[in-house]
Every structure is written in C-alpha cells, then in structure tokens.
Design a protein around this ligand. Structure first.
Ligand code: MG
Length: 203
C-alpha cells in the first residue's frame, strides 16, 4: 500500500504559504508507516518544533490502474475518508530553500492520521463535498472540493502516468487554507459534511 499526496491544490492555501500555482499537480509520497488509524494519538516528534495540520479528503483506490484516462478515473476509487497531512513546516521550509525533497518533512511516522472510509456513493456529487477541521473545538479549516485546482479524476489520471495505482492505495487530495501549528495537548477533529470522522489528540 502506498500513500500519494497532492500539494498545492487549493488557491487560498497556495497563497497563505506564498507558493506559486503549479502548472501540473505536485505529488509526494508518505510511507505506510505514516498511517495513524483508529483515532490513536499523535506523539509530537523530537526533530521538529513546527508541526502543522493539513486536513484533506482522501480517496481509497479499488483496482489496479496505469495511465488511467480522466473520464474513467472515477471507477478507480470507491471510498472517501478524511485525513491529516501532518507536515514538519520547519524541515519543509529548509528543504524548499535548499531545493531538496520534502520526504522527512512529510513522510515521518504517524504523519497521516486517517479516518474510516465511507462509500463514495454516499456523496451525490464528488465536486461538491464539504470537509473541515476543528482545533480544540474551534473551526480552523473549511474546504469544498469545488475549490480544488485539480479535481479527483485529474489527480488519479495524472498520478497514474507515473506510478501504477493498486487496490488499497490512498490519495490525499490537498488542503484548503487555514493550516497552522499544533501543540502538545491539542485535539484535532476532522469532519465530512458536518459528520465527525476523525479524532486526533496531540501528545
Ligand atoms: Mg497536504
């Protein structure tokens, strides 16, 4: 199983980090050891002092595919969940300045708290799904898939040009504006369409 993530997929988030709008989707990986399931706590790692939350909708791939055409891409995922793309922003900023890869900033253990998945048939329109994140009970991020630069089907089509997608793979589809730091003692809650899907305590 692999976790593919897209960066810079919402204009307002690109702006808040001072990045440029990409000419094509920007991808990176997290290893399977990044997964944090069943609402287990996240333990703040010693190598960073600026871990940020990024709430994202996540697709679950349901069949093998390579060079998938955009018009068929919707048949390659059958479930949707919500996850957090924890990012060591201090490490990422150093890597960006040096022109180096993001791996340690994004791929560390527990950097992908993940909810249970629900069938995509629960959502009448994949281009109009609301999701949000609360930090200690306060709403800090709200997203809607209509605001994505690259919608689900284009993400799948583009990623599959480079890597074969397999059953069970997950795709993090990008974060809306409002990212920020977490501290020990914080509680994060992820929602889809107002329904609580994910709880993550920072310890
Ligand atoms: Mg992200």
């Amino acid at each position: 199983m692999k976790i593919i993530c897209i960066g810079r997929n919402y204009h307002a988030h690109i702006k808040e980090l001072g990045n440029a709008v990409p000419a094509e989707p920007v991808f990176f990986f997290k290893p399977d050891t990044a997964l944090l399931t069943r609402n287990r706590p996240f333990y703040y790692p010693e190598f960073s002092s600026d871990i940020h939350y990024e709430i994202e909708l996540v697709l679950k791939i349901c069949k093998v595919g390579k060079n998938i055409q955009t018009r068929f891409a919707h048949t390659y995922y059958d479930k949707i969940g919500v996850g957090i793309d924890f990012t060591a922003r201090d490490i990422q900023d150093r890597a960006k300045k040096a022109g180096l890869p993001w791996f340690t900033a994004k791929g560390f253990d527990q950097s992908a708290p993940m909810s249970n998945f629900v069938p995509k048939s629960d959502f009448p329109d994949p281009k109009d799904i609301n999701f949000s994140l609360r930090l200690n009970g306060e709403s800090v991020q709200q997203g809607n898939t209509s605001l994505m630069i690259y919608p689900f089907d284009e993400i799948i089509a583009h990623a599959s040009r480079f890597v074969t997608l397999r059953t069970g793979d997950m795709i993090f589809t990008g974060t809306p504006a409002g990212v920020g730091p977490v501290r020990i003692g914080d509680v994060l809650e992820g929602y889809i369409e107002g329904e609580k899907m994910l709880n993550c305590a920072v310890k």
